[in-house]
Design a protein around this ligand. Structure first.
Ligand SMILES: Cc1cc2nc3c(=O)[nH]c(=O)nc-3n(C[C@H](O)[C@H](O)[C@H](O)COP(=O)(O)O)c2cc1C
Length: 204
């Protein structure tokens, strides 16, 4: 796929075909993640790969509890603005969009100090892992696949990394579901923004 086609085609998907993905394809996607820019040249990143239903359910139990708690919000937000409608659609699917994906990848990075950061450069390791995540999203698209993504809320990230046996000091930025999008996968309406809307030539 052409680079700009990949950019334009990438979007979050929350419903999947049951079709599996080969490990070879998954490894290509993760290799693209590892090519991301990094602040300290160390590439202190690791990936936990969840494939069997049992593995996914164990790691996703906390997302499941949260997702159920969002059901009540659904009807109120569904009548609101575009972002509220996106929320109404996506939040009750936080568990299903991951547990039904053939693969869930949990990236982790060495995150010592980020929660006490007092300046932007204190967040460099966090910024770097998000470059990794974006490369993964784009590579999956180039492979004809798609991703779902959830950011853990509150203690959820630590609960998940603890269940997965991740060593102390590593932080998960998100869960990434990867799969073949369902034929009728819903594409969430977005606020359109053009380049012209964002340009400030020389000065704001
Ligand atoms: C930092 C970040 C956090 C996000 N958190 C979530 C999330 O917790 N759950 C979810 O379903 N989608 C999440 N998303 C996906 C956004 O909802 C999605 O990117 C947005 O609606 C734009 O749609 P698109 O990615 O399909 O273009 C997140 C995206 C980003 C960049």
């Amino acid at each position: 796929m052409e680079f700009y086609d990949v950019i334009n085609e990438r979007h979050m998907v929350r419903e999947w075909k049951s079709e599996d993905i080969s490990m070879e394809v998954l490894e290509r996607i993760l290799a693209a993640g590892l090519k991301a820019p990094t602040h300290d040249h160390r590439r202190n990143w690791e990936f936990i790969i969840l494939h069997s239903r049992r593995e996914r359910e164990a790691a996703l139990q906390f997302a499941k509890a949260w997702s159920v708690s969002q059901e009540e919000q659904k009807e109120v937000s569904a009548l609101g603005s575009i972002p509220q409608r996106m929320y109404a659609y996506a939040m009750p699917r936080q568990y299903s969009m991951l547990v039904t994906a053939p693969y869930v990848v949990i990236p982790v990075f060495k995150g010592a100090g980020i929660f006490g950061a007092r300046a932007v450069n204190g967040l460099n390791s966090f910024a770097s892992i998000w470059c990794v995540v974006e490369n993964i999203l784009l590579a999956a698209t180039a492979e004809g696949l798609a991703c779902s993504m959830r950011i853990p809320v509150g203690a959820e990230g630590e609960q998940v990394t603890s269940v997965l046996g991740v060593p102390e000091g590593y932080v998960m930025p998100c869960y990434i579901g990867i799969g073949h999008p369902a034929e009728n996968a819903h594409v969430v309406e977005q606020i359109e923004k053009t380049v012209k809307d964002t340009l400030h030539l020389g000065k704001w």
